[in-house]
Design a protein around this ligand. Structure first.
Ligand SMILES: [Zn+2]
Length: 232
């Protein structure tokens, strides 16, 4: 089981990361070895997060803090606050630009969570921040951050992850609805994750809901025992 496919509540996510995550963008602060981004591809999503054809996440920056009388969706997404400090956009922007211009050798490591349903989240996995662009959305300028999926190794080393290993958000949402948020084998509603019925390593696909189901940790263990018995 890959850590990327866990299903957790908002509170569990906060407990895992030991911090409030309302902002949705959290740049690493030195103590933390990675940054955090929360994404959503749901219809009600506030921002337009997407994947390109190579499986890179294109994450939209965030709006300025709400102030009286100003429509935040009509003004440019800011790099700095009104008091001249970097916003989270600004911190991610600087990290991406530094990596692009060889000022920094190792790209910023970013853990991504995605929203599945109200209060329901799934780990998308680790990505490296490789690029940023400021583009017009027709009304104002927004940031687009480019992130490549990776497998994390010890000592902060990463390997690129084949993009078709990632279960697309649309598949996760369909499976969540089809399996009604429960383990398909025992009905448990805790310690859930998205399981490849035919494992990815054995040629099973991530790209269709037919090969993806919800399992609990217990049923997943007995599944691996069965696979071991078949092998032995
Ligand atoms: Zn189960």
């Amino acid at each position: 089981m890959q850590d990327n496919d866990k299903i957790i509540s908002y509170h569990e996510m906060v407990a895992i990361e030991k911090m409030a995550l309302q902002r949705g963008m959290v740049f690493s602060d030195g103590k933390r070895k990675y940054s955090i981004l929360l994404m959503s591809q749901r219809k009600d999503a506030m921002y337009n997060d997407d994947f390109d054809e190579n499986g890179n996440l294109i994450y939209e920056g965030h709006n300025a803090k709400a102030e009286n009388g100003i429509d935040q969706k009509k003004i440019d997404q800011p790099l700095e606050t009104s008091s001249g400090k970097w916003t989270e956009n600004g911190k991610f922007y600087k990290a991406a630009m530094d990596f692009k211009s060889d000022i920094r050798m190792i790209p910023e490591l970013v853990k991504v969570y995605e929203k599945i349903d109200s209060g329901v989240w799934s780990t998308k996995g680790f990505f490296k921040l490789i690029d940023v662009k400021q583009i017009s959305d027709g009304k104002r300028n927004v940031f687009k951050f480019y992130l490549k999926p990776v497998i994390t190794k010890i000592f902060n080393r990463t390997e690129d992850l084949p993009f078709n290993r990632l279960i697309p958000t649309s598949v996760k949402v369909k499976v969540w609805e089809r399996d009604r948020g429960k383990c398909v084998l025992c009905g448990a509603i805790e310690n859930l994750h998205y399981d490849h019925e035919l494992p990815y390593a054995k040629g099973g696909t991530s790209l269709t809901e037919k090969n993806i189901r919800i399992l609990c940790a217990k049923c997943n263990l007995s599944k691996s025992d069965k696979i071991m018995m078949l092998v032995c």
